[in-house]
Design a protein. Structure first.
Length: 322
């Protein structure tokens, strides 16, 4: 078996493989057997001493029940979309070859642009997609403001309708001239004034859902499109958009039914705690009760359009992607 040399990404890829192996409760020897690689070689990969070939990555990913693209991306080695395309097509035998293919195509695009290629052949600005539990976050690359529904539909006419109608999606949230709106497969809920058209997509969720979404979508970090996964009406579970922890980030499922246990000698919370902001305030109040944080200045709370009463949650807070 050929052994590729160490690269700047080897440590990151090896650490991710080791973490996934431990999550799967596999020993090094067990994963080596499942991946059809030697125990010694896998040990070197995990320690960042060697960067495996694409074939070995595929074998390890299969053994860990992951896609090869996920394993490469988490290891800092995947640059979409052409590396992934080369991987799936089998046109590259090594990661370096896949990156070379990517670089060659990018160089050809830049050369055509410099030669005065027609504007309609220029590469389209991508929509960057992130998954966090049962929440999907979509950002238009290169923008310094949150796109409105009209702007999104002008660039990608089928994107929002396609997402809203997908069987794995409960609703999505976008901004409009009338404020943020939750869009479901057969109806919409305007978050600022509660106007519902058709079937309310928020009906299956907790009564606080609209207020949560209004506050979160008013944050400057809010994505251009926020996508909440399906909520199973029978099991009460949500679908996951990523492979580590499925029930977090969005609305629905066990994340909406948290419980707090605290020592009886601490003051009882004065109100029902709803969301991360309220939990943070309560923890700070207990620290101050115990004499901590006395030298810190008073906190200056952030305010948002449509701020909910005390206890509101700060969901979907992510930096803008440019």
């Amino acid at each position: 078996m050929a052994e590729e040399g160490q690269t700047p990404h080897s440590d990151l890829l090896g650490a991710y493989i080791r973490a996934q192996r431990r999550l799967a409760d596999l020993s090094l020897r067990q994963l080596a057997e499942l991946s059809d690689v030697s125990n010694a070689y896998l040990s070197q990969v995990e320690r960042g001493l060697h960067q495996p070939s694409l074939k070995v990555v595929q074998s390890i990913a299969h053994a860990l029940n992951l896609s090869s693209e996920v394993l490469l991306a988490e290891g800092g080695l995947l640059e979409p979309p052409l590396v992934a395309k080369a991987l799936r097509a089998g046109s590259a035998d090594t990661i370096e070859q896949a990156h070379a293919e990517e670089s060659a195509v990018q160089a050809a695009v830049m050369s055509s642009s410099a030669a005065g290629a027609p504007a309609d052949h220029a590469p389209e600005q991508p929509m960057l997609v992130f998954g966090s539990g049962n929440l999907g976050l979509l950002y238009a690359s290169g923008e310094d403001h949150r796109l409105t529904r009209a702007e999104i539909e002008a660039r990608w006419p089928d994107l929002a309708p396609g997402l809203a109608g997908h069987q794995g999606v409960s609703f999505l949230v976008v901004d409009t001239a009338d404020g943020p709106i939750a869009i479901g497969p057969s109806g919409e809920h305007r978050l600022r004034d509660g106007l519902v058209t058709g079937t309310d997509p928020l009906t299956p969720f907790r009564p606080e859902a609209a207020a949560f979404l209004l506050r979160a979508s008013s944050m400057p970090e809010a994505p251009d499109i926020a996508v909440n996964s399906l909520l199973d009406p029978v099991t009460g579970e949500v679908a996951a958009f990523e492979g580590l922890v499925g029930c977090h980030g969005g609305l629905g499922g066990w994340q909406d039914r948290a419980m707090l246990v605290w020592p009886s000698d601490l003051p009882r919370p004065p109100e029902r705690l709803i969301g991360a902001d309220a939990m943070h305030r309560q923890l700070v109040s207990w620290l101050e009760h115990l004499g901590h944080r006395a030298d810190l200045p008073p906190a200056r709370p952030r305010t948002y359009d449509g701020d909910v009463p005390p206890g509101g949650v700060s969901r979907w807070a992510r930096p803008r992607c440019r």
